[in-house]
Design a protein around this ligand. Structure first.
Ligand code: PLP
Length: 393
């Protein structure tokens, strides 16, 4: 037996574990201090009433012989795929229901999709970015190159000679930088991918935060994307499903090469390794698209948007450079006085007990930057902004 030696190539300490360790050590040493956590990108508002009601109804369905559900379809129930299809249509994107695959979240799909790609593909990942793209490819032994996201390109790298790859990851609005591509920029990526015969893996986990019409909610709003892109989306941030688990992946029928079709391969992959998302969860997810569900979700998103604005306004007053805060729940700020991101982390923890995430944990280019999230409560966000302002002015 041999283990997969590529595991030794991924960094051992997961970023958030290191953050949690430092916070725990501080908290043990200073039990009287109130710590304000704006670090991990988890939601804090509960599931919307419409979702809860639908889930209760689904539990009742499971209690009756006539409505009980056993194994569901690998690709998700039709009622949810139809609702997702209609949601896309409201953004001008026409999909067939069988191009939508329901799953237990975007993270699983982003990792699992690699099953349909050959090992010798070169992968291009933005730096900095959500660590899952790099780690899943390194585990599989693939070569990873980086598209450099920096202050000078507003953390939105564009295709160039250095991004020559077969699989290109794009995350917009981005985690951690909050930066979001506009439609013209994404058109350049789509044209590039089509010309090269590459695929774009488009992570739209934060699309629900977009309010600016110039920005794309879906890669499929861009002409040409159906021949070169797969989209991953999630109910986690849209509707607070981080603990409930539901997401979906869109694979157009036109994405094919050498007689192989990505849509059929993914169906085959899911049928082999995945047994579907619980009926109760899918019923809850479908309720997100009802009139009540949409209104309640909008209220929750507006709450987080207002938190983002509170932090962004604070940065404006402090004249600190940042991206995000608009069209995104993340504020990605430049650490003042040129300090490195872990030093800034320690300073905020020790001096004002505010916890954020050091940019260096998201990639080399994240050094010197810091991420704050808008997912905290209003009280915590206001108090954190006021402590930041006192410390940094
Ligand atoms: N993609 C990005 C960019 C994320 O930031 C996250 C979660 O934080 C995910 C995907 C994972 O989403 P899910 O909860 O659906 O697995």
């Amino acid at each position: 037996m041999k283990f997969n030696s590529h595991f030794s190539e991924i960094s051992e300490n997961y970023l958030f574990a290191e953050v949690a360790d430092r916070v725990a050590a501080y908290s043990k040493a200073h039990p009287d201090k109130s710590i304000l956590k704006l670090g991990i990108g988890d939601v804090t508002l509960p599931l919307a009433p419409a979702v809860i009601e639908a889930m209760h109804g689904a539990v009742d369905d499971m209690s009756r012989k006539e409505t009980f559900k056993g194994y569901g379809p690998y690709e998700g129930y039709d009622f949810l795929r139809e609702s997702i299809k209609n949601y896309y249509s409201s953004h001008g994107v026409k999909l067939a229901a069988d191009e939508i695959f329901v799953s237990d979240g975007a993270k699983s799909d982003l990792g699992n999709i690699l099953d349909v790609f050959a090992k010798d593909n070169v992968v291009c990942v933005p730096d900095p970015v959500y660590p899952v793209y790099v780690d899943t490819n390194v585990m599989a032994g693939r070569k990873v190159i980086f598209a450099s996201a920096t202050e000078s390109n507003g953390f939105l790298p564009m295709p160039d000679g250095k991004t020559d790859a077969d699989i290109i990851y794009i995350c917009s609005p981005n985690n951690p930088t909050g930066a979001a591509y506009d439609k013209a920029q994404l058109k350049e990526w789509v044209d590039y991918a089509n010309k090269k015969g590459a695929v774009i893996l488009f992570d739209a986990a934060y699309e629900c935060f977009i309010s600016d019409d110039n920005l794309a909610r879906s890669i499929f709003q861009i002409d040409g994307a159906r021949t070169c892109a797969i989209e991953f989306c999630s109910f986690s941030k849209t509707a607070g499903f981080t603990g409930t688990r539901c997401g979906y992946t869109v694979i157009p029928h036109e994405l094919k090469k050498d007689g192989l079709k990505a849509n059929a391969m993914w169906y085959r992959r899911q049928a082999t390794k995945f047994n579907g998302v619980p009926y109760i969860v899918q019923k809850g997810a479908a309720a997100v698209f009802t009139e009540d569900g949409r209104r309640q979700i909008r209220e929750n998103l507006n709450y987080y948007r207002e938190n983002a604005k509170i932090i962004a306004d604070c940065m404006d007053r402090l004249k600190i450079w940042y991206t995000g805060g608009k069209n995104s729940p993340y504020i990605w700020l430049k650490c003042p006085d040129g300090v490195d991101s872990w030093k800034f982390f320690d300073r905020l923890l020790n001096d004002i007990q505010v916890v954020g995430t050091p940019g260096a944990g998201f990639g080399k280019n994240g050094e010197g930057f810091f991420r704050l999230t808008a997912f905290g409560s209003r009280e915590v966000t206001n108090e954190a902004a006021s402590r930041l302002e006192k410390l940094l002015k």
